[in-house]
Design a binder for this molecule. Structure first.
Ligand SMILES: NC(=O)C[C@H](N)C(=O)O
Length: 320
């Protein structure tokens, strides 16, 4: 009989609505699975019961440890993780970066609460279990099964607040489907990485505040193909001088991130100030990658490593 561990963390898939229509996690893994007889041995591991918007790096470390514990069982075929959709892309990517096993780990959740008359909870759970047991999932790292699609965790983002197929993945190069070498595991909860929003007229207040708060690294959620302005470039130069790495990504949903603009505040100027470009990852996953790399006391060559683990898309040549 195939054996699957179902690790629960909360999210809408484990939520019910009160009389005012407010959703809160309330359902255990056992409630979710019900007592239907199946020909799969399902082992439930309730790790936490949180709306995923409240997840911290410490929570993500706990999810990673729970999954790693389950994978110690050689008789297990796959792990399914039930998680809120708001930050599923972060937790799933953290696990993917460190996943050193051919057996699949499949994340899923729901857009409609468990008690909704047309909930997607049960269908997504069934699809995640099926993806975990599908032989073609082996060796593909951590996956997100949601709304009828199966996405690799790396590069996938929540792209719609309510649609049942909420996630979109990058046009992945098959050769880069899974990060070639898993990163050595170090918890990320003691590493602080902040995301800085860039917008017209943005000054350096956010950057200076994050540095004062003890940031170990920053992610710049830039404009266009990875641009900011001369004030931000100056602040980035100061951070890099103080050994606080700054990664540049973009608020634009798709397309390559390229340091091709000058003019004092463009991507080219950010690179000249010492910033690192995130090739394909947007802010949420870029933050997780930077935290994972900075949490490794033996890391050498942050820039190369970042490029290697943030490059997934088959992107057409950039033209202006
Ligand atoms: N659909 C969901 O799961 C959203 C919810 N706020 C969560 O992330 O936990």
């Amino acid at each position: 009989m195939p054996k699957v561990a179902v690790v629960t963390t909360g999210g809408t898939i484990a939520s019910t609505r009160d009389a005012h229509g407010i959703s809160r996690p309330a359902i255990t893994g056992a409630d979710l699975l019900g007592n239907e007889q199946t020909d799969i041995d399902l082992r439930v591991v309730d790790v936490m019961s949180k709306d995923s918007s409240s997840m911290t790096f410490a929570d993500m470390d706990r999810v990673r440890d729970a999954v790693a514990d389950e994978l110690k069982d050689p008789g297990l075929d796959a792990v399914v993780v039930l998680h809120g959709t708001d930050t599923m892309e972060e937790t799933a990517f953290l696990l993917d970066l460190h996943h050193d096993d051919r057996r699949p780990v499949v994340f899923t959740g729901a857009q409609r609460t468990f008690d909704h008359p047309e909930s997607d909870a049960r269908s997504n759970l069934a699809a995640a279990i099926a993806a975990g047991l599908d032989i073609s999932s082996r060796g593909r790292g951590v996956l997100i099964a949601f709304g009828g699609s199966v996405h690799p965790a790396a590069g996938t983002r929540k792209a719609d607040t309510t649609a049942l197929d909420a996630f979109r993945s990058l046009p992945i190069d098959p050769a880069l489907l899974h990060t070639p070498e898993p990163l050595p595991w170090h918890p990320i909860s003691n590493t602080r990485v902040d995301i800085i929003a860039v917008y017209p007229g943005a000054d350096r207040v956010q950057i200076d505040a994050c540095v004062s708060a003890g940031a170990n690294g920053l992610v710049l959620d830039g404009l266009g193909s990875g641009n900011a302005n001369p004030t931000i470039v100056e602040a980035v130069r100061d951070c890099v001088g103080a050994h606080i790495p700054v990664v540049v990504t973009t608020r634009v949903p798709s397309g390559p991130i390229s340091p091709v603009y000058g003019g004092g505040g463009g991507g080219h100027d950010l690179i000249a100030a010492g910033a690192v470009f995130s090739t394909d990852l947007r802010a949420g996953q870029a933050r997780v990658l930077l935290a994972a790399l900075l949490s490794d006391p033996d890391l050498v060559g942050l820039e190369k490593a970042f490029d290697r683990y943030s490059r997934f898309a088959r992107t057409p040549p950039f033209r202006r």
